[in-house]
Write a protein that binds this ligand. Structure first.
Ligand SMILES: NC(=O)c1ccc[n+]([C@@H]2O[C@H](COP(=O)([O-])OP(=O)(O)OC[C@H]3O[C@@H](n4cnc5c(N)ncnc54)[C@H](OP(=O)(O)O)[C@@H]3O)[C@@H](O)[C@H]2O)c1
Length: 334
């Protein structure tokens, strides 16, 4: 029997201008919560967040005083904002670790506080060495700067546990409308290509963003989620080859496998990264990203959230990929 927290106070969401945060804001509204979104001052907001009936508060996520003002009347914080691509370690720390520290400091001072949920990542755990899906108790061995920064932020959340009720959510690869990573895969397959890096038996866990948003809400508003870490994903991983096959069916192409040798990947990543150092934005490909792409198995086991909270991913992969493709087409992204 679910033990729900009574949630009449405002829920504060960070990262709501992004892919996961915007879907989370929609799910919270759907569940009847009032939602306040902290957004970066001076940034253009995408239309999907602008049209939602949420309160928008511009504030820097490292400005404790501004956060204190933004958190007035808040009893729940879901911290989604994060940097997934950066040029240097310090940018990951600034984007993933420092905002988490500032928000936890503010949460500790709130007079009545129910939950701080941190959206981490499977990269904080690292890849599976043998293809077996990793549970929440697996040793934490991140292999990228991004993963290490997410783990550092998780450590701050665990340290705060004595003073703040916390939950950590670790999604694997997330897909759905507004995501740009699976978009790239659709583009490759649309050209008739299956790019294979490393092991032909590569596997990965996935979660549709609607399922993830539901999982985050379920863990946040259930008392049994207090102090817990959950892997939120589909029940079973997919082989990379099967996924490309599904994408091929959707775009009516039969992709030809092209092997990209690891040496070529890293040489290209080094080059792209060096060039990107002089530009304003991090490049899509970097040595950090190449380390991630070279791993055979990014797989996790959602057994704990299924057993403890009754969570089940509902979106079948075929339907999730097809509706995502249709969304890309409607938006003119494909
Ligand atoms: N997508 C995935 O497959 C995946 C998988 C596992 C975990 N995650 C985690 O989920 C979270 C959201 O990912 P996403 O895919 O939704 O990314 P996204 O679309 O790039 O959105 C990132 C969000 O974080 C905000 N943000 C980034 N740096 C910030 C800063 N320094 N100050 C304030 N806001 C900042 C962005 O705001 P602006 O709009 O102002 O840039 C945006 O709202 C991240 O923490 C990521 O680590 C993602």
């Amino acid at each position: 029997m679910a033990q729900q927290l009574t949630q009449t106070a405002t829920v504060l969401v960070t990262g709501a201008t992004g892919f996961i945060g915007s879907h989370l804001a929609e799910q919270l509204l759907h569940d009847g919560h009032s939602v306040r979104c902290i957004v970066r001052p001076g940034r253009r907001r995408p239309s999907w967040i602008d049209r939602l009936p949420v309160e928008i508060v511009p504030a820097s996520l490292t400005d404790v005083e501004a956060l204190q003002r933004a958190c007035h009347g808040v009893r729940t914080i879901v911290h989604v904002a994060g940097v997934t691509k950066a040029k240097r370690r310090r940018d990951y720390v600034r984007g993933n670790v420092e905002p988490t520290a500032a928000l936890l400091k503010v949460a500790r001072q709130l007079p009545r506080f129910d939950r701080f949920t941190y959206v981490s990542s499977l990269t904080a755990v690292g890849p599976s060495p043998d293809g077996r899906p990793l549970t929440e108790d697996a040793p934490l061995r991140p292999i990228t700067m991004y993963g290490r920064s997410k783990l550092e932020a998780e450590d701050l959340v665990r340290q705060a546990m004595a003073h703040v009720p916390v939950t950590i959510i670790r999604p694997p690869a997330v897909y759905g409308p507004r995501d740009r990573d699976v978009l790239e895969m659709f583009r490759w397959v649309g050209f008739g290509l299956e790019p294979l890096i490393g092991d032909p038996a590569k596997s990965l866990s996935l979660v549709h963003v609607h399922d993830l948003a539901r999982g985050i809400c379920q863990a946040t508003f259930d008392l049994r989620g207090t102090g817990k870490t959950y892997h939120v994903s589909e029940p079973l991983p997919h082989s990379f080859h099967d996924l490309v096959g599904l994408l091929g069916e959707i775009v009516h192409r039969r992709p030809i496998r092209i092997r990209i040798p690891l040496a070529l990947l890293f040489a290209l990543a080094g080059l792209v990264e060096a060039v990107s150092l002089i530009g304003p934005r991090p490049a899509v490909l970097s040595l950090d990203k190449a380390r991630d792409m070279a791993q055979p198995h990014w797989v996790c086991d959602p057994g704990r959230i299924q057993a403890e909270l009754g969570f089940q991913a509902r979106v079948p992969i075929e339907e999730g990929l097809r509706t995502t493709f249709e969304w890309y087409r409607e938006q003119g992204w494909l």
